[in-house]
Design a protein around this ligand. Structure first.
Ligand code: 5GP
Ligand code: MN
Length: 336
């Protein structure tokens, strides 16, 4: 983190401000953990802060301290618009492109408040007056940890620690992906000292599955397909299959990773149909040198990180699978 970021941030926060904090659409553990931790910190310091989520998020995140205070645009559109229009500052956490907040893109880009980005995705846009953008960081939560530590580390209480622990844990696959460093573990050590209960948090996030979610995983795995002669697999889930297991938001989280648990496989994809929104949501994961960020950007209007990215298609499942297979052919030489 550049020193000037903290110096400049301090200037903005010197007097009490009206502050909006935004996670990306379909928030995950890192997006909600970082926005809520930052909300707790700013509230402690006397600012009028609010977390605004573009839409609903999975129920396994609904125990996070402060989650019940989050405003959802889909539930409270007029209140949310007012808050954004009147904010002195707007923090965008865990995303760096305004189209990641979809419903709110227009409102936020027109809002007069100073925009500040804290994020670890590739290719940041240029909308922020101040930004801390670092693609080598494990998670936005680790970045918020660094920011709070630089501002006032005594502020890290059990609530903040639990939020930050959650996002670092979910974005690192429980501390095993390559962006996990000794600094990540030092941050975790401090968060545990400050009151985060790792065992309890793991259970709340990973051991809260419904019977139907596990049935859906069974269907997904039975749909697994491998490319002949390539270390690549993909899975599909169509609307009928989702309905048959009473699909709830968040149920498919982590399914794509099962592809990478196969020996020798270095690229896994899942395609999930959403007939209401008329699109196929795609998730990509890789190991090693193959960049799913480039792949998602080039072929499926998406992006993310080197080894974890997402994208979408407006075509039917059949056509999207065909397009995916063609795209794989085009990049096949990278796997030789
Ligand atoms: P997931 O596959 O879990 O939805 O997302 C994997 C990573 O890619 C996350 O860091 C997420 O923020 C990012 N991501 C997912 N979908 C998109 C997308 O449509 N556009 C961009 N730019 N990033 C995405
Ligand atoms: Mn993240």
């Amino acid at each position: 983190m550049e020193k000037s970021f903290i110096t400049d941030l301090k200037k903005y926060l010197i007097s009490p401000k009206k502050i909006v904090i935004l996670p990306h659409r379909n928030a995950d553990g890192d997006a909600l953990g970082s926005t809520l931790a930052w909300y707790h910190f700013l509230s402690q310091k006397g600012h009028e802060a609010v977390v605004i989520s573009p839409n609903e998020y999975p129920s396994f995140l609904k125990w996070l301290p402060g989650e019940n205070k989050i405003l959802k645009y889909t539930q409270n559109p007029s209140e949310v618009q007012e808050k954004i229009r009147h904010a002195d500052m707007i923090f965008t956490l865990d995303f760096n492109a305004l189209d990641r907040i979809q419903e709110l893109t227009d409102i936020v880009s027109k809002a007069p408040g100073h925009k500040i980005m804290i994020d670890h995705h590739e290719a940041p846009e240029d909308y922020a007056v101040l930004r801390y953008s670092d693609t080598s960081m494990s998670s936005t939560c680790e970045m918020i940890y660094n920011v709070i530590k630089a501002l006032d580390e005594t502020a890290i209480n059990k609530e903040i620690a639990s939020c930050l622990y959650t996002g670092i844990m979910t974005d690192t696959g429980s501390f095993r992906y390559s962006a996990t460093t000794s600094e990540t573990h030092q941050a975790i050590s401090h968060l545990i000292q400050a009151g985060a209960d790792g065992t309890e948090i793991h259970q709340k996030i990973y051991d809260s599955a419904s019977f139907n979610r596990l049935k859906l995983l069974g269907i997904t795995l039975s749909n697994l397909q491998q490319f002949p002669d390539l270390p690549i697999v993909f899975m599909t889930l169509n609307q009928e299959e989702l309905i048959s297991c009473d699909y709830q938001k968040g149920d498919t989280e982590g399914f794509v990773n099962y592809g990478l648990s196969l020996e020798g496989i270095v690229f896994s994809c899942i395609l999930i149909e959403n007939k209401n929104e008329g699109k196929i949501k795609m998730s990509f994961r890789s190991k090693g040198t193959f960049s799913v960020n480039d792949f998602a950007r080039t072929y499926f209007n998406g992006g993310g990180h080197h080894n974890a990215a997402g994208g979408m298609s407006m075509d039917s499942m059949e056509d999207t699978v065909a397009r995916f297979k063609n795209a794989v052919k085009e990049v096949a030489d990278q796997f030789q």
